[in-house]
Design a binder for this molecule. Structure first.
Ligand SMILES: [Zn+2]
Length: 338
């Protein structure tokens, strides 16, 4: 079968890869309904993460179960499933506390930019739907696997409440999903920081009430202006750079929570500065599994359409172009037909 493999900076190739096999009794093999490229795939694509050897790309997935190992109890062949990019048993103490992305048996999904994939710990990781979903729901269900779940976690970690004022730093796919999540959680005001027209439009469609184009000190000044000099109750940091993190903390009012889900690269914070900011921070890889049943219900009941975040669709064979388009910000997020 064909799969996307990263060889080095800006060198992603679609090539013949081995068919996945059941390696452990707790595994499942799924046939993907669609795949996609994640913003976090761009870090190794840009050479900012070292990779030891060719890397089978892809960690967002949904599809039909084809085969399960002998110990799998909760999913069976023929079912449609969505799973998190973090593999988890969903039974250990961290999982029971809702932090499946720190599962004691955690693995990170790989090899999902392909027609079929192996999912370890299938019982803990996969959530099945009652029946096969309509085709037009596939992009939104795929989004629940990571990007929507991560945006949701950012809003949950930032403790978005009904009526609260929320700032979203970052207009990538996760930031846009953060806007959608904050809207669902009843935020009264959602301020999206974006300079790009198409992303601004999508943010507005997902529920943003204000768009601001300023950044840095000017961005902070605009947020203060919009919040009577107070700052936001909740801030979602969806980038992972030092500038974005500083922006997030400075936009937050004392007592605010910051949900940070951008994978940090080169972020260093001054302890005293943080101390006097009096903000709380919770972040890390999203425990998508905690939210999956709810997010899938929202999609299946057509309450939300996170799949709108895919503004480019390519055949898997053209995955390299999908990476380039996202890297050059010509696309927000690329769906791959497998
Ligand atoms: Zn666990």
């Amino acid at each position: 079968m064909l799969g996307a493999v990263l060889y080095g900076p800006r060198d992603v190739r679609c090539e013949e890869v081995p068919e996945p096999k059941i390696l452990r009794p707790t595994d499942a093999i799924i046939r993907l309904s669609a795949s996609c490229i994640c913003g976090s795939d761009l870090w190794p694509f840009r050479g900012l993460n070292d990779i030891a050897s060719p890397l089978a790309m892809g960690h967002e997935y949904c599809g039909i179960v084809e085969e399960v190992g002998s110990a799998v109890r909760t999913v069976r062949p023929g079912q449609f499933v969505v799973g998190s990019f973090c593999i988890s048993d969903n039974t250990c103490p961290h999982c029971r506390n809702g932090f499946q992305s720190s599962c004691q048996q955690r693995e990170f999904m790989t090899g999902a930019q392909a027609p079929r994939a192996r999912v370890p710990l299938a019982d803990g990781t996969l959530v099945a739907t009652a029946e096969l979903p309509a085709d037009d729901l596939i992009p939104s269900l795929l989004a629940a696997s990571d990007v929507f779940g991560t945006g949701w976690y950012a809003a949950d970690a930032a403790r978005v409440q009904p009526g609260s004022t929320v700032v979203v730093v970052g207009d990538g796919a996760v930031g846009l999903m953060g806007v959608l999540a904050a809207k669902q959680m009843g935020a009264g005001r959602i301020i999206a920081m974006s300079r790009h027209k198409t992303r601004q439009n999508l943010a507005l469609e997902f529920g943003a009430t204000d768009i601001i184009i300023e950044r840095g000190d000017a961005g902070v000044a605009r947020i203060k202006e919009l919040t009577n000099g107070i700052g936001a109750d909740s801030v979602l940091e969806c980038v992972g750079t030092k500038e974005a993190m500083m922006q997030a903390i400075q936009c937050a009012r004392p007592g605010a929570m910051i949900g940070y889900v951008g994978v940090p690269h080169g972020v260093e914070l001054d302890g005293q500065w943080l101390f006097f900011s009096q903000t709380g921070m919770l972040g890390g890889p999203a425990p998508v599994r905690r939210f999956l049943p709810h997010l899938m219900d929202l999609v299946l009941n057509r309450k939300v359409e996170p799949g709108k975040v895919f503004d480019m669709t390519l055949p898997l064979a053209d995955a390299a172009e999908g990476y380039r388009a996202m890297d050059e910000r010509r696309a927000i997020k690329t769906l791959l037909r497998v």
